[in-house]
Design a protein around this ligand. Sequence first.
Ligand SMILES: [Zn+2]
Length: 158
Amino acid sequence: MMASVHVAVGITTATLLEKSKKKRLLTVSFILNVLLHGVLDLLPHSHPINSYLDIAIALLLFSLIFFTDKKYRKLFALCYVGSILPDIIDLGIFRVLPVGNFKIFPWHFKAVFDLLDRTYSSGFVNMAANIIVILTCITIFLIIKLKQHHAENSASHN
Ligand SMILES: [Zn+2]
């Protein structure tokens, strides 16, 4: 799955978790995002844009942290990092280290990859899936932020 899709999902979960009263929220959110990465990698998907553009979009999405209240920025950053960490390790660090095909995260194992390749047809559906996931995430993120902004504004007018 593309890096930009992973981080789009990551920052959306951060937004959804802001009001959570869960104990150890930061740790839970981080782990949740690492696992969500796996779920996304198992869905049908393709890489319709080149990886430099993908990484650029992923990095650009981090700027949405400035739309996030200061007290939730640590949550945002942890969700962002958690959402992309498996790729940073398995597809980034391990690619430059002399570890052969070694991977930590099972959804990156070659056997899993080959199985998915046989299972899913490639092409338009997969590309559309990427775009739909990114747009859905950004839409959810913006709706929540606009609602918060609206709530703050009406509170300050009262
Ligand atoms: Zn991955």
